[in-house]
Design a protein around this ligand. Structure first.
Ligand SMILES: Cc1ncc(COP(=O)(O)O)c(C=O)c1O
Length: 373
């Protein structure tokens, strides 16, 4: 796998929105510097996780009271998996896919290690719907972090719910990049990342989604004071907040939330349909360039590749020869197509054009080093 800084730059950290530095300076100098602790209430700092969550909700087809910005994706996966296992003790198996993002696998591994009777199965994505049953909680990444391959979220959600399974979607590589309608899909649980296509900045808070009807039944395994029904009464015993706020744990990271709010506002202003259209146009341009200039270099185009992620997978012939089946093919991908937010499209396209123009360059980075070893 390509773990270089170049890869991190394109996929793991969204661009800096023009408005972010000034907004961060304002919150730092005026709210923090002048307002000090008063701003927790006067400046609405305490309301930030729910406010930013509500803005993210509009991008993923959720209601404002179903999403909260908090913690990291890893922690949010833990919270949701554990909450479901606690509330629905018939669930004894966490099912996830081969090639899922490592932290998703590690968190599930760590969770089952402390839960006698609960096991983890990591199986090919193609077999998940067949294997799932009423004892399962399924953890899936909507868009594959390496290939850009996109699961059919509505179709899989329906199929898995029909088998009685619960499903947690990791939207880290799809939120802000592709259109998502969780309500229409009947999805009940999801997490996602703030620092990729939401352009929230390095280490931006993540978010989690719990469908309103399910919220009263679930309790966070991390019963921190910010998830309490009355945190500023300082009671000794824990009582969860009424709604999505019960999934908060500790003090919200205000500077991170400030930057995330700016990034989310850009996606909201552009509109996910527009961003998705631009992403598609970028993809088509890239494919046309590769096919024009790198004919015979050994690439592998899967036009719909499982969904809207439009995976395009140039790979050297020896890599392709090594791929044995659909699961292997999905694992073997090394050149993910960036699904950029609108503000990144021009730079990304220029970079792709430079890359392709290097001749045989489907496997090169912009600086000329190999993308594929
Ligand atoms: C699909 C996916 N899930 C989870 C994570 C980890 O997120 P965090 O660092 O916020 O825990 C990442 C990070 O890149 C990711 O790509």
């Amino acid at each position: 796998m390509d773990n270089t800084p170049s890869n991190a730059g394109t996929k793991q950290l969204g661009a800096l929105p023009a408005a972010s530095p000034a907004r961060l300076a304002e919150v730092t100098v005026r709210q923090w510097g002048e307002g000090l602790a008063r701003t927790w209430h006067d400046g609405d700092w305490l309301a930030a996780p729910a406010r930013v969550g509500a803005r993210i909700a509009a991008l993923i087809g959720a209601s404002p009271d179903e999403v909260i910005a908090a913690d990291t994706v890893s922690i949010n996966i833990y919270k949701l998996l554990a909450a479901v296992l606690d509330a629905q003790p018939q669930r004894r198996v966490i099912l996830t896919e081969v090639g899922n993002f490592p932290t998703d696998l590690y968190i599930a591994q760590g969770l089952v290690a402390h839960r006698p009777g609960v096991s983890l199965r990591i199986i090919p994505a193609e077999t998940i719907a067949a294997e799932a049953d009423a004892a399962s909680i399924v953890l899936l990444s909507h868009v594959d972090y390496r290939s850009g391959a996109c699961h059919d979220l509505p179709g899989l959600t329906a199929a898995l719910h029909a088998k009685g399974a619960a499903v947690v979607w990791d939207l880290s590589h799809s939120v802000g990049a592709v259109e998502i309608d969780l309500a229409a899909a009947g999805a009940q649980l999801a997490v996602g990342c703030g620092y990729k296509y939401l352009n929230g900045g390095p280490g931006a808070p993540a978010f989690l989604y719990v469908a309103r009807g399910l919220q009263p039944a679930l309790r966070s395994p991390l019963a921190g004071w910010m998830g309490h029904a009355a945190p500023f009464d300082f009671p000794e015993n824990y009582a969860p907040a009424a709604g999505i706020a019960r999934f908060l744990c500790g003090t919200p990271p205000i500077l991170g939330l400030t930057a995330l709010e700016v990034g989310v506002a850009i996606s909201a202003e552009a509109g996910m349909a527009t961003i998705a259209r631009k992403s598609q146009a970028l993809c088509e341009t890239f494919i046309a360039l590769v096919e024009q200039r790198c004919a015979g270099a050994g690439h592998n185009h899967t036009p719909d590749g499982g969904g809207a992620g439009q995976p395009y997978q140039p790979a050297p012939p020896r890599r392709r020869a090594a791929a044995k089946g659909p699961a292997d093919a999905r694992r073997d991908l090394r050149f993910p197509l960036p699904q950029c937010a609108a503000l990144r499209l021009r730079a990304a396209l220029q970079q792709l054009c430079r890359c392709v123009a290097r001749g045989g360059g489907a496997a090169n980075r912009a600086d000329g080093t190999r993308l594929v070893d």
